[in-house]
Ligand binder design. Structure first.
Ligand code: NAD
Length: 370
């Protein structure tokens, strides 16, 4: 099969890890007989420098005309001056909004060899394998009014948390569908004891649940969920949450995996039906200015993002599983980058770590690996 992939490495280690992710994509293509036509576009700080805007029109047009977007990360000290009018992050936000990517999926898997890297105890981490589905285009981050003003008693600010029934329903459906394809447990997160939007959220969740009798739904207040994520993470299968709650919970859940360098993400414009939905795939981490340019960044979050792309946008589930299995095997055999290495352990560079994954991929048969 042939696919058009828009590749947007962005800034800092975005460039380094996406180079490796594309190698992984090409290796999958070679092994399974697919052609991935990768077209590159500028986004973020590099786009500001070259085009004066973080999201040039050509970049958006390329994304819209592609089967999927592979994205690195944007931002860095060079563009951090609070007085500047355009910021790299706007490139990503506008891209998400323009493509209608309302569902952000962040799988958190704990690999046995990496348990010592996490500050959480091994017995707590055991069997942790969950996905957070975060609503991405509504809620507190986008609601209006949103402003600051001067009053006679000092400055005041307001943000608005607002959700329509339709916005809640579509993200819950993503949660239910995903749970259905996994261990069939969905936890809906809200703050229904205080917030009106949360009460609506819970009501809609219970209504949609009637169409998914095979999925066990439970509701957790966001504060309880935050505690449970650290105390008993293996109780979760799929978590669905509104934008702000999801943002905070996913960063907390990242601690379970041991390093930001391990976390992939998918942002989707719909429920993946038959494995096809337009999506943007990116590592959860940023541009890591502290290590950029040194060739030591962990490429696995970007490579695992490629696996999500194969599964959710290209309908290549077997290939996705093969790539994930190659990553798991490489880790199992002791391959680690600097962020994962314990004192005294050897750390591989970005390219060498990818080599290890690709070696494992090559050694697998083409049937679905176990
Ligand atoms: P960061 O994720 O870039 O880095 C946090 C820490 O994790 C750093 O110590 C870094 O070295 C380490 N780290 C991150 N990814 C790693 C990897 N693959 N391998 C090894 N170590 C890794 O977050 P930050 O430092 O808060 O932000 C740096 C810049 O990135 C900022 O400009 C921020 O705005 C931007 N950012 C962009 C995105 C995005 O594009 N989606 C997301 C987060 C941050």
């Amino acid at each position: 099969m042939e696919f058009k992939i828009a590749v947007m490495p962005g800034d800092g280690i975005g460039q380094e890890v996406i180079r490796e992710a594309v190698r992984a994509l090409e290796a999958v293509g070679k092994k399974y007989g697919h052609t991935f036509h990768c077209q590159y576009a500028d986004v973020g700080g590099i786009a500001i420098d070259r085009h004066g805007t973080p999201l040039p029109e050509e970049t958006m047009a390329l994304a819209k005309g592609s089967d999927a977007v592979l994205f690195g990360a944007v931002g860095g000290p060079k563009w951090d001056d609070p007085k500047v009018r355009v910021r790299p992050e706007e490139g990503l936000l506008t891209l998400r909004k323009g493509l209608g990517l309302f569902a952000n999926l962040r799988p958190i898997k704990v690999y046995p060899r990496l348990m010592e890297v996490s500050p959480i105890k091994r017995q707590v981490l055991q069997n942790t394998d969950l996905v957070v589905v975060r609503e991405l285009t509504g809620g507190l981050y986008f609601g209006r009014p949103k402003r600051r003003w001067q009053t006679s008693k000092g400055r005041r600010g307001v943000d608005t948390m607002s959700y329509s029934e339709a916005e809640i329903e579509r993200i819950l459906r993503v949660g239910f569908e995903l749970a259905r394809s996994r261990r069939k447990r969905l936890t809906s997160v809200d703050k229904a004891n205080i917030l009106e939007t949360s009460r609506l959220w819970r009501e809609v969740a219970m209504e949609v649940a009637k169409e998914y009798p095979d999925v066990a739904l439970d509701h957790l207040l966001v504060d309880t969920c935050a505690m449970q994520l650290i105390m008993n993470p293996s109780r979760f299968d799929v978590i669905v949450a509104e934008n702000t709650f999801g943002d905070i919970l996913t960063d907390e859940a990242a601690v379970l995996a041991g390093s930001m360098g391990m976390l992939p993400s998918a942002s989707l414009a719909g429920i993946p039906s038959g494995g096809r939905a337009l999506g943007l795939y990116e590592p959860v981490h940023g541009t890591a200015p502290d290590i950029a340019g040194r060739g030591i960044a962990n490429p696995l979050a970007a490579i695992l993002s490629v696996a999500l792309m194969l599964r959710y946008s290209l309908s290549l589930a077997e290939e996705a599983q093969a790539l994930e299995a190659a990553v798991a095997k490489a880790i199992d055999l002791g391959s680690k980058t600097a962020d994962l290495a314990l004192p005294g352990e050897m750390a591989l560079g970005t390219k060498r770590m990818t080599d290890k994954v690709l070696e494992r991929l090559e050694q697998q048969g083409t049937s679905v690996p176990t």
